[in-house]
Design a protein around this ligand. Structure first.
Ligand code: C5P
Length: 405
């Protein structure tokens, strides 16, 4: 997938810069055209001669080329690129990128780049977890940049922890995967429900569940990365959204989630109902805090909440697709298929509560995708972003098969 792709490799001043020579070599080997841009500090760690030899192009690190006075246009370079990778990215450069401190060629090129940007941080573990670095990386994510998380291991300081730049082979895989998946959802609108709902008992108490929202948020990121416009209807969760193509609507109760979902579904091509909606809400919500006084414990009268998946399935027009999730403990396949039919879904993603590494709170999931024609595809244990990619692949297949029907 990297053949003939124009890739800017930005190198900053960290020990891991020596690994970037391998990255450049691998990219060139895969058929990419590579332009190396270095910060002045990076030249203390690896020589421009090595990199210009490997890339077959003169390295750029100053606004002007010494001797000739030729101006290096960061704007032209930004437009030339199909992707930009900053590896290693030091805390300082990450801070400059996050805050627009354009005092070198690398950061000005970054600010001019229209192409997707990948950032592979490398630093000591304490720098990595400093709130300033954490916040700056969050900012880069919010600009839609892709952070290639550093690995755990021995660092240059001999301390063990998170901060090792991802291996060049894996950075190439990330890029290759990105170009392979491309923009297959470009022009599509997707609405996604995520997280739990919160049903009030009184002004300070509520009924809810352990859903973290991680699966729904991973789906939103995945759809957006593949070109979709996403409306993410989120119950109360402590997650942030990163991609500019995600419009987030925060809600509290099932009733609010239903309204927001139906409003967005009118213009949507796909609805992914991933939220763990509370099945019941309190009918007699107290206006004042319920007191412990008196002998009789209070009685909460529960009434069923609307089924958002069902309502969306019923509102479906030809061409629209609805996808649900099922979390089952027994009779898994049969129960999931039953839900698919009852809720007029086109596809249901089954995860088993029997599996300790799947479901609520954890970062991994093991799913089986079941489509309305009864086809079942089991997948191995993966992280939630990878599961999201599998689910979106299956949705894309449904879109294609509808088009051909
Ligand atoms: O019936 P059950 O809750 O197991 O169904 C799970 C699927 O239905 C999930 O996709 C969930 O998001 C959706 N659902 C919903 N509204 C409800 C209950 C479930 O959208 N009130």
């Amino acid at each position: 997938m990297l053949k003939d792709k124009h890739i800017i490799v930005g190198i900053t001043g960290g020990i891991a810069a020596f690994k970037t020579a391998t990255l450049v070599r691998l990219l060139v080997k895969a058929g990419a055209e590579v332009q190396v841009v270095m910060t002045p500090n990076a030249r203390e760690f690896i020589t421009p001669v090595t990199l210009s030899t490997l890339s077959g192009r003169p390295v750029i690190s100053e606004f002007f080329t010494a001797n000739t006075g030729q101006w290096n246009s960061h704007v032209d370079l930004g437009l030339w690129a199909d992707a930009m990778v900053v590896a290693p990215a030091t805390a300082s450069t990450i801070g400059k990128m996050a805050n627009g401190v354009a005092d070198n060629m690398l950061v000005t090129t970054y600010l001019s780049a229209k192409a997707p940007v990948f950032v592979a941080p490398a630093m000591d573990l304490d720098m990595m977890r400093h709130p300033s670095t954490v916040r700056n990386l969050e900012l880069l994510r919010s600009y839609g940049n892709h952070i290639i998380e550093p690995a755990e291991g021995e660092l240059a300081s001999h301390l063990i922890g998170k901060g090792r730049m991802e291996e060049p082979e894996n950075i190439v895989l990330v890029l290759d995967d990105f170009f392979a998946r491309g923009q297959d959802l470009a022009g599509r609108r997707v609405v996604i429900t995520a997280g739990p709902t919160v049903e009030r008992i009184d002004p300070v108490r509520y009924i809810s569940n352990f859903s973290s929202g991680k699966m729904g948020f991973a789906l939103a990121e995945e759809c957006a990365a593949r070109g979709a416009q996403v409306t993410l209807v989120a119950g109360p969760v402590s997650l942030s959204t990163r991609h500019p193509a995600i419009e987030r609507v925060d809600v509290e109760s099932a009733e609010q989630m239903l309204q927001a979902t139906l409003a967005a579904f009118g213009q949507a091509d796909v609805a992914i109902l991933c939220a763990a909606v509370a099945d019941y809400r309190v009918d007699n919500v107290a206006q004042h805090k319920i007191k412990r006084e008196g002998n009789e414990p209070p009685v909460l009268r529960l009434v069923p909440n609307p089924d958002i998946a069902l309502a969306t399935g019923q509102a479906k027009r030809p061409g629209q697709i609805t996808v649900g999730f099922a979390l089952e403990t027994d009779n898994e396949q049969a129960n999931a298929l039953g839900k698919l039919q009852r809720k007029h879904l086109d596809m249901i993603v089954l995860n088993s509560l029997r599996d300790p590494q799947a479901g609520f709170q954890v970062d991994t999931n093991r799913v089986t995708i079941i489509t309305a024609d009864g086809r079942q595809t089991p997948y191995p244990l993966k992280n939630k972003r990878e599961v999201a990619a599998d689910v979106v692949d299956a949705i894309h297949q449904l879109i294609l098969s509808q088009k051909n029907a």
